[in-house]
Design a protein around this ligand. Structure first.
Ligand SMILES: C[S@@+](CC[C@H](N)C(=O)[O-])C[C@H]1O[C@@H](n2cnc3c(N)ncnc32)[C@H](O)[C@@H]1O
Length: 204
């Protein structure tokens, strides 16, 4: 699996500008909605959604009352879409930044993964796991979905993979709370994605 184009800011902005956003489900996906619904009352925990795109998860959490929800994306169009849809989402929580360049402050309580990992050059997967570790506080949670399927065409995202492969990236940094096929995926994704909930280790 090796992308034939550079998956940089220009690539992703072009995808939004030309409306080639097939990943966009138009709403929060059921696995994350159900996970968020069982969190209990909204609070001030710091939540970061990298590669958030139009960020339906951020909208959902914000409307539930979570006050410290941040999104990071390299495509301006993605952040603008959230801002236009949810004008009272705090502008200072919209980070136009490369995930890998975010300051590794180890203060984030929860990182949310939704169709970001699969959009990256697979060569970056070990760095993704490491960056998640450095952003989260000890005991912090990485929650979300990873495709457990083979997409065939391996020149452009999404890139699939196997649970064994993913395990090898996350095991050094996380204890596994959930790591199993999601039972409540959107129909086209049914049986093809893992629901993951990983707890950041205190140290590597
Ligand atoms: C496939 S889209 C998924 C968007 C969103 N999570 C969703 O499910 O609708 C991948 C997103 O990651 C963003 N992205 C790609 N590389 C990035 C990076 N290094 N740092 C931050 N965002 C990135 C893209 O701009 C795009 O919005």
């Amino acid at each position: 699996m090796k992308p034939t184009t550079q998956l940089d800011e220009a690539y992703w902005r072009r995808r939004y500008e030309t409306n080639q956003t097939g990943w966009d489900t138009g709403a929060i996906t059921p696995p994350l909605r159900e996970y968020f619904d069982q969190l209990g009352p909204a609070d001030h925990r710091q939540i970061l959604i990298p590669g958030a795109g139009r960020a339906y998860e951020a909208e959902y959490l914000h409307k539930k009352g979570f006050t410290n929800v941040f999104v990071a994306d390299i495509a301006l169009e993605a952040l603008q879409a959230l801002q236009q849809r949810v004008p009272d989402f705090p502008a200072t929580h919209l980070l136009l930044e490369d995930f890998f360049k975010l300051q590794p402050t180890a203060v984030v309580d929860m990182l949310v993964e939704q169709t970001f990992f699969c959009a990256l050059d697979p060569a970056l997967r070990p760095a993704y796991a490491e960056q998640c570790f450095h952003l989260l506080r000890p005991g912090g949670i990485l929650v979300g979905l990873l495709f457990e399927t083979d997409f065939g065409d391996s020149s452009e995202p999404p890139f699939g993979g196997t649970r064994q492969e993913y395990q090898s990236y996350f095991e050094p940094y996380f204890n596994f709370v959930h790591f199993e096929t999601a039972y409540n995926s959107l129909r086209p994704r049914q049986g093809k994605e893992l629901f993951i909930c990983l707890k950041r280790k205190a140290a590597v």
